[in-house]
Design a protein around this ligand. Structure first.
Ligand SMILES: NC(=O)c1ccc[n+]([C@@H]2O[C@H](COP(=O)([O-])OP(=O)(O)OC[C@H]3O[C@@H](n4cnc5c(N)ncnc54)[C@H](OP(=O)(O)O)[C@@H]3O)[C@@H](O)[C@H]2O)c1
Length: 274
């Protein structure tokens, strides 16, 4: 049975890109009650604009937002998390759940900064959550129960798929699925350029590239088949696809993508320290 969040008081600390996406999506889905939801940002002028846009109270007062919340989302930049946790520490209790989406910052760092056995769940979503097709990996801290993990999964399930992982994998997740939309947009843009090069109108080329990407991803998700097998099914002997694949191999597409994820995952480890 779906969890009922209509009576839960939720505070989103740092309603920037990802915090704003989550706030907007959860309100639009009707999961959260606008009267019980609040958010914070750093700048007063942005708070005013956001409050008008979303129809929920948005302020710069983290302590006030936290003191009224059952669930606290931490959506600030990794470098700001420590300072923010120290700031809200007096208002946080073990009855609340803290869900941090900050890259790089471990649950133990957050627990230590908050003190007092606070349940902490770490989540790594991505921007497609805005349209309900996001991917979020979730792991739990020392004081979080399986019920807390279920609560976090139920929230993120509303905006896409979720997977529970060991915390040691969170930097890898950051480099793959959190950064991943950027890589896919570059691939899509390149395929669309290629369509233009071979004579297609740009809008048609972009549609073909995007729907083909969506279609291939849907087949992988729905069949569970290995991508290599699915690729083989497209590749007729002496046909045109194998010529295209040879160009991809010569251009080192595979190793380039692997290196991109490895680099981003390495960088994810360092973010909290600046
Ligand atoms: N973007 C992604 O695709 C993505 C995906 C997964 C996870 N994340 C994680 O999400 C976090 C935020 O990233 P983002 O891309 O959303 O950054 P962002 O757009 O810069 O948002 C950060 C927000 O934090 C606010 N803020 C800064 N200091 C604050 C404070 N002391 N109290 C309250 N709010 C404060 C900022 O306020 P102002 O608006 O007033 O400046 C801004 O709204 C990062 O830790 C990142 O690792 C991001």
């Amino acid at each position: 049975m779906a969890m009922d969040f209509s009576h839960k008081r939720v505070a989103i600390l740092g309603a920037g890109k990802i915090g704003g996406i989550l706030l907007n999506a959860l309100l639009e889905k009707g999961l959260l009650s606008p009267t019980l939801t609040s958010a914070t940002v750093q700048h007063e002028d942005r708070a005013r604009v956001l409050s008008e846009k979303l129809g929920v109270p948005v302020s710069t007062d983290n302590l006030a937002a936290v003191s009224k919340a059952d669930i606290i989302f931490v959506c600030v930049k990794p470098q700001v998390v420590q300072e923010l946790m120290e700031q809200i520490r007096p208002a946080v209790s073990p009855d609340q759940l803290v869900i941090s989406v900050a890259a790089s910052v471990s649950t133990s760092q957050i627990e230590k900064a908050l003190g007092g056995n606070i349940p902490v769940v770490r989540a790594m979503p991505n921007t497609p959550c805005a349209l309900g097709c996001g991917m979020t990996a979730i792991c739990k801290g020392k004081f979080a129960s399986s019920r807390h993990v279920e609560t976090a999964c139920a929230l993120f399930d509303l905006v896409g798929r979720t997977v529970v992982v060991d915390e040691k994998h969170m930097d890898a997740v950051t480099g793959l699925s959190a950064s991943g939309p950027a890589y896919i947009y570059i691939i899509l843009e390149s395929l669309a350029e290629a369509g233009v090069k071979v004579g297609l109108p740009r809008d048609v080329a972009t549609l073909l590239a995007a729907q083909t990407t969506l279609g291939a991803a849907t087949v992988v998700l729905q069949t569970g088949d290995h991508p290599a097998l699915l690729k083989d099914a497209v590749t007729t002997p002496a046909g045109c696809t194998i010529d295209g694949i040879m160009e991809l191999e010569e251009g080192k597409l595979r190793v380039t993508l692997i290196k991109a994820v490895v680099k981003a995952a390495q960088r994810a480890k360092e973010l909290a320290s600046g």
